[in-house]
Write a protein that binds this ligand. Sequence first.
Ligand code: DON
Length: 319
Amino acid sequence: MDSSSLLTVLNELYSQYKSLQEGTVANYIPELAKVNPELFSICIVTVDGQIYKVGDYEHFFTIQSISKVFAYGLALEDHGRDYILTRVGVEPTGDAFNAIILDEQSKRPYNPMVNAGAIATTSLIKGSDPTERLNRMLEMFKRYIGRDMLVDISIFTSERSTGHRNRAMAHLMLNFGMIDRNIEEALDLYFQQCAVMVNCQDLAVMAATLANRGMNPITKVQAVDKPHIKDILSVMYTCGMYNFAGEWAYKIGIPAKSGICGGIIAVVPNKMGIGVFSPPLDARGNSVRGVKVCEELSQRLGLHLFDCLGQEAKFGIGD
Ligand code: DON
């Protein structure tokens, strides 16, 4: 597909879904409820570094759960896959992202994409003190995005002072020896990573970096070691959309991750990264417009990983 046709597709999807008024913005973190629900943007970055964007793609918001993907990559780099598997599983839960559950037998959280698993993952990030761990986290995001990263302090403190459910999960995991470190420090780092500020173009660049075997296609910086890409994309595929993950895999068919900010990233390996931002969420915590846009992009561009007919009949971007 040529560049002008891809931009045309994005403009069509933007106009088509701009008027969709379903869903509600997340309000359980009080500061998040202040977002303008009308904001909407779609961005695609190809593995050869082309950028296609429409809507409010420069608007900054907090990355929230989308950060879990990248923190998992850092933990894999810090400890290796075998050790991480002893602390965090890779099974979808079929439950809500904030369910207070651990695997009965192993006492591990089910996977790194739900809150319990993400808190456990973040507690494993190496560093001699909280500042060093935060700086390592921010450096990691910088490799994916290509500029210095900032944390939204209001959102961070708002979540820190109201995040009792996450605190409960951390206590449960401390009880079972799944978190070793001071849990308040682990929670702070988790709340800080969720409050990292990004825009829709950043989401697409991050997704494109994963699509491009871990190398940022714009800056050419290797953001994460190549061997971890398949582990990261596998858990995104099976667990990234929470209790919608099965339907997402069936209908849309590409690894993805959502956040309660209203962002979604989707990765088409070796081709492109997609970022969508629209704050109103459905009952499972996924952006309503984001899901619709990705569904349509998958169909129109033949992106479903197992859609051999679509790929034959259409085209492969970047081929
Ligand atoms: O832990 C939380 O509740 C938030 N900081 C992140 C949750 C989130 O984004 C879930 N996504 N759908």
